[in-house]
Ligand binder design. Structure first.
Ligand SMILES: Cc1cc2nc3c(=O)[nH]c(=O)nc-3n(C[C@H](O)[C@H](O)[C@H](O)COP(=O)(O)OP(=O)(O)OC[C@H]3O[C@@H](n4cnc5c(N)ncnc54)[C@H](O)[C@@H]3O)c2cc1C
Length: 326
């Protein structure tokens, strides 16, 4: 965390100037940094907050990001932060704890949790790029292999599992589709469900028709080679074990922050994520959103593209009417 003295200095510098930022971006993952970079290049006063918890912090590499395939998440974000600041954008490591809408064109952002780091910052636009958190298996060994041989995203890591023995952990009909998607890369799939009632007879028949066995078992631990982070077996509470090369889990996600609720932003009825229009504006005028928190594929490259699109529209919304074509 940035020290309170440094934060104080920065806050003093900003408030002494009575700065009204053009945009405050909450979140410095691919979405927030990409937006901040474009806004800075539009010469907008842009201030970005993050608390250093990107969704993919456990991944060993970002797959499928054109031109950066395999780059470590930390390296991608460090480069992004550098690009934003060299264009004049400010980035502060601090948790945003509140956002108040003073008018359609004026928002107040609070940081800190009631201690000496409490500050407020004002802006004309807000971009929420706060991302999602994955609900993860709660068993010994999970963290030892997560991001290398334990995954949640077939789009991101399926290719690395071609012809490997994959275990899938999940429940309900959505997990059937998840398991079937993995047939793109391997036929050696076993589905584990800790909630047998969540799978209907039709679900089980469908899986059976594709030779995907179902184990109604509770996981006790994940085991394998700790140095290479290679999962080798899943041990169950009854003592049985399943040898495998990778585990994909499908346990759901939740928003990483509740700031959209504080602002009263509408959710998408189908997926429950943050509703946005074609310009990436939420249901609250002046509040935009991009990245995993909005409905779309949850990929770093998509988040970055959405951040750029949001920035284009935020900039457009800030252009005075006399400078726009009639
Ligand atoms: C293990 C794993 C592996 C992955 N592998 C890949 C891959 O190979 N390829 C790929 O394309 N995608 C991959 N993804 C998905 C990818 O990480 C996400 O799609 C991407 O990170 C979304 O970017 P984002 O900017 O929307 O959110 P995030 O990257 O999650 O960033 C959210 C930001 O919001 C900040 N934040 C949240 N709340 C607050 C607050 N209250 N105050 C201040 N800051 C806040 C956080 O600090 C963070 O900076 C993977 C994900 C995981 C979990």
């Amino acid at each position: 965390m940035r020290s309170s003295a440094a934060l104080q200095l920065l806050a003093d510098r900003l408030t002494m100037n009575k700065d009204l930022y053009d945009c405050i971006v909450v979140g410095a993952g691919p979405a927030g940094l990409s937006a901040a970079l474009f806004l800075a290049r539009y010469r907008r006063r842009v201030l970005t907050f993050h608390h250093n918890s990107p969704r993919n912090e456990y991944a060993h590499g970002v797959h499928g990001f054109l031109g950066h395939h395999g780059i470590s998440p930390a390296e991608l974000l460090a480069r992004g932060r550098d690009e934003v600041t060299t264009h004049g954008g400010l980035i502060v490591e601090s948790c945003v704890t509140g956002i108040e809408r003073l008018t359609n064109d004026h928002f107040r952002v609070s940081t800190g949790d009631g201690d000496q780091d409490d500050r407020t910052f004002d802006a004309r636009r807000i971009l929420l790029a706060t991302g999602l958190r994955d609900l993860t298996p709660d068993c010994p060994g999970f963290r030892d292999f997560y991001g290398v041989s334990v995954h949640h995203c077939p789009d991101c890591d399926g290719y690395e599992c071609i012809d490997k023995r994959i275990a899938v952990l999940g429940t309900g009909t959505k997990t059937v589709g998840f398991a079937l998607k993995l047939l793109t890369w391997t036929k050696k799939i076993t589905l584990i469900t800790e909630d047998p009632a969540g799978l209907s007879n039709d679900d089980r028949a469908k899986l059976d028709s594709f030779d995907i066995p179902v184990l109604d078992q509770n996981i006790k631990a994940l085991e394998g080679d700790l140095e290479s982070k290679q999962l080798q077996r899943i041990v169950f509470t009854d003592g049985d074990a399943l040898a495998c090369d990778a585990l994909f889990f499908n346990l759901g996600t939740e928003p990483a922050s509740n700031l959209h609720e504080v602002l009263g932003c509408k959710l998408d009825e189908e997926c429950g994520l943050l509703w946005v229009d074609k310009t990436h504006q939420t249901s609250i005028e002046g509040v935009y959103a991009a990245g995993d928190i909005t409905p779309n594929s949850q990929l770093a490259v998509v988040a970055a593209a959405e951040g750029a699109m949001a920035a284009i529209h935020i900039n457009d919304s800030l252009i005075p009417s006399e400078l726009k074509p009639k």
